[in-house]
Design a binder for this molecule. Structure first.
Ligand code: NAD
Length: 287
């Protein structure tokens, strides 16, 4: 099974490395040539465009930022026509249910199955191939790509029809983003009081406040390390998608967190642990 992989960022890079390690021939494309080069150095085949990637890909995986990128890459008639007969498109990006359902319907005349398969577990989970994969789509398409998912993740869910993966992913990230915000407030209290953050971390990791989000983000806040990881802009996008799913519901916590993340947008390219810097300027001016 030849794999074409589009979107070689924080997640795409380790995911392609795992596919190569599992023995799949992988052709890669990204608008950043440097991202392509990093993976050709690891044994992937580089493609100069999505059109060059299509004919050599029985399975196309996209790992792109959001709806507009997924739609512009995939809903391209020349790209769809260049795919081998019986090809499967697997979008592992976190985008909206509406977007992936539109992509699925758009591919129907081409006889190409579309699988909705966003992931959870972060860059660390991608590197360790322990991602949770929220798969949804036609059963025969899910069965076809299952071995590929096994090379990428550990818990592989079958959530039903295409679109459910995105919906559940956005709900998961509503919990994650809101949790990060409250962890940042715990961090601020600990810092203000001069508490031993190593002891606090160890205690919380053994207590009810523990979560994978706490485990990954609290040390980043303590160390001020915000490079790599999960960009704040992407987390806010997922939270916005989740709020849209709940249209008509009050959702005061989610909406407030979304506003706070917007207020912190100067740090959008940083890992979302950068919530810890939200009130920094105000604090400095109180100096
Ligand atoms: P990223 O910004 O690091 O990478 C995105 C990549 O897509 C970049 O290399 C960019 O150059 C490329 N790209 C953008 N437009 C393109 C186009 N038109 N054609 C080809 N390449 C294009 O983002 P990421 O952290 O890898 O996240 C990717 C997706 O996975 C997002 O939807 C995100 O929400 C989701 N996700 C991220 C994490 C995480 O921890 N980083 C975890 C789970 C899910």
């Amino acid at each position: 099974m030849r794999i074409g992989f589009i979107g070689l960022g924080a997640m795409g890079f380790p995911m392609v490395k795992n596919l190569l390690a599992a023995g799949y021939p992988v052709t890669v494309y990204d608008i950043s040539p440097a991202a392509v080069d990093r993976l050709t150095a690891e044994g992937a085949q580089g493609a100069a465009s999505t059109l060059a990637l299509a004919p050599v890909s029985d399975v196309v995986i996209t790992m792109l930022p959001a709806d507009k990128h997924v739609k512009s890459v995939l809903m391209d008639p020349a790209f769809a026509a260049a795919l081998p007969k019986g090809a499967t498109v697997v979008d592992m990006s976190s985008c909206t249910t509406a977007a992936i359902q539109e992509v699925e319907a758009w591919y129907a005349p081409y006889g190409v199955d579309v699988v909705d398969a966003p992931v959870s577990g972060g860059v660390e989970g991608a590197a360790a191939h322990t991602l949770s994969i929220f798969a949804a789509g036609k059963p025969e398409a899910l069965a076809r790509v299952h071995p590929v998912f096994q090379a990428l993740g550990r818990d592989i869910f079958d959530l039903g029809k295409c679109g459910m993966g995105k919906a559940f992913k956005n709900l998961n990230n509503m919990i994650t983003t809101c949790t990060v915000m409250v962890i940042s407030e715990v961090y601020r209290i600990a810092k203000k009081q001069g508490y031993d953050t190593d002891k606090l971390y160890d205690m919380i990791m053994a207590s009810t406040g523990m979560s994978r989000t706490f485990q990954a983000r609290f040390p980043r806040m303590v160390n001020g390390s915000y490079q790599g990881g999960f960009k704040q802009s992407l987390g806010r996008k997922d939270l916005g998608n989740a709020i849209a799913l709940g249209e008509g519901e009050p959702l005061p916590v989610a909406k407030l967190v979304h506003e706070l993340m917007l207020a912190n947008r100067a740090y959008d390219d940083c890992d979302m642990a950068v919530a810890a810097r939200l009130f920094e300027e105000k604090e400095a001016s109180h100096g």
